[in-house]
Design a protein around this ligand. Structure first.
Ligand code: UTP
Length: 298
């Protein structure tokens, strides 16, 4: 039987420069989509996929992120006194079991690959693990990582979430060189991080969900820097292919929002706002009014 994926690494040590000045004092992952921080969406997705241990790779200035997972006895007491049971339940959903979270420090933002490598001592031999980038938020009926974990039970190897992107966007992503296209899954014969537009091997881009084997951590030991001078996770996964080990791309069902960019964050805010029953009517009416006004102004 294949080993279950029960650990996930959340690399959250990036500088978040695209959201300056906000990220001067707020970690990007604490920024709020409707009323929940990005990290909460990532944690919920991980739990749905059966993850039991949550490893955060953090850096200076991420204290608010650590505090977010603490219990809040004073607040809870106040809510209890006021009979606000629904809010109490909302708070309870954010509580984590003691010992379920580990924090590891990345002392210098040397790249995503380096951030994942920082967690190497918390991953055992032969133990598969997930990596979740909380700034990729995915709206899906079945959470994306759960879809991947189920597929992984059949395939093993390494698996990356993949989606089709227009050719002009490929240079912003890691891109898959496809060996066999089996529909939902593709097997991969190469991966390129941030290729030039005319050099992208396909239009299948990697987004922030991975299931990896510890061998990837061994490749990262070599600390080779790649695109943008950073230590790239893509390069370490590509090394798996070079060693003739299986790597798969998984076309997840769902809509991904790049909440690391301002436009993506705003789009997600609209989509998640409209999906909320308690906000839908008022919010949709407002959006329709705005659209009509801007059309009239054209
Ligand atoms: P990004 O490429 O979005 O970088 O990282 P960033 O620093 O967060 O944001 P910008 O580009 O400056 O606005 C993708 C993910 O990898 C993590 C980030 O925290 C984010 O979750 N990361 C990146 C690290 O943990 N360490 C790094 O050295 C680089």
């Amino acid at each position: 039987m294949r080993r279950k994926v029960t650990k996930a690494i959340f690399p959250v040590a990036g500088l978040g420069t695209r959201f300056l000045p906000a990220t001067k004092s707020i970690p990007k992952e604490i920024m709020t989509l409707v009323d929940r921080p990005l990290i909460q969406y990532a944690i919920d997705e991980a739990r749905a996929a059966g993850i039991k241990e949550f490893i955060f790779v953090t850096s200076r200035g991420k204290g608010a992120l650590e505090d977010y997972f603490d219990n809040s006895p004073v607040l809870e007491q106040e809510l209890r006194k006021k009979g606000k049971t629904d809010l109490l339940d909302t708070l309870k959903d954010t509580n984590m079991d003691s010992g379920a979270i580990a924090y590891i420090r990345q002392h210098k933002a040397l790249g995503l690959g380096h951030a994942v490598w920082c967690a190497r001592r918390l991953i055992n031999n032969n133990e598969p693990f997930a990596v979740i980038l909380p700034d990729d938020v995915i709206a899906a009926e079945k959470p994306c990582l759960q879809q991947m974990v189920e597929a992984y039970e059949d395939t093993g190897g390494c698996m990356v979430a993949a989606m089709e992107v227009p050719a002009e966007k490929a240079p912003s992503y890691g891109v898959l060189d496809v060996k066999d296209d089996m529909g939902t899954m593709v097997s991969v014969k190469g991966m390129v991080e941030k290729p030039a537009m005319d050099e992208a091997p396909s239009n299948l881009a990697v987004i922030g969900r991975y299931i990896l084997t510890p061998k990837v951590l061994q490749s990262l030991n070599r600390m080779k820097s790649g695109a943008g001078g950073e230590i790239q996770l893509t390069d370490a996964i590509a090394e798996e292919i070079a060693q003739e080990r299986d790597v798969y791309g998984y076309r997840f069902r769902g809509q991904r929002f790049d909440c690391g960019s301002k436009a993506g964050f705003l789009q997600a805010t609209v989509a998640f706002g409209m999906a909320r029953e308690d906000l839908r009517d008022e919010f949709t009416a407002y959006l329709q009014e705005m659209t009509a006004l801007s059309k009239a102004a054209e």
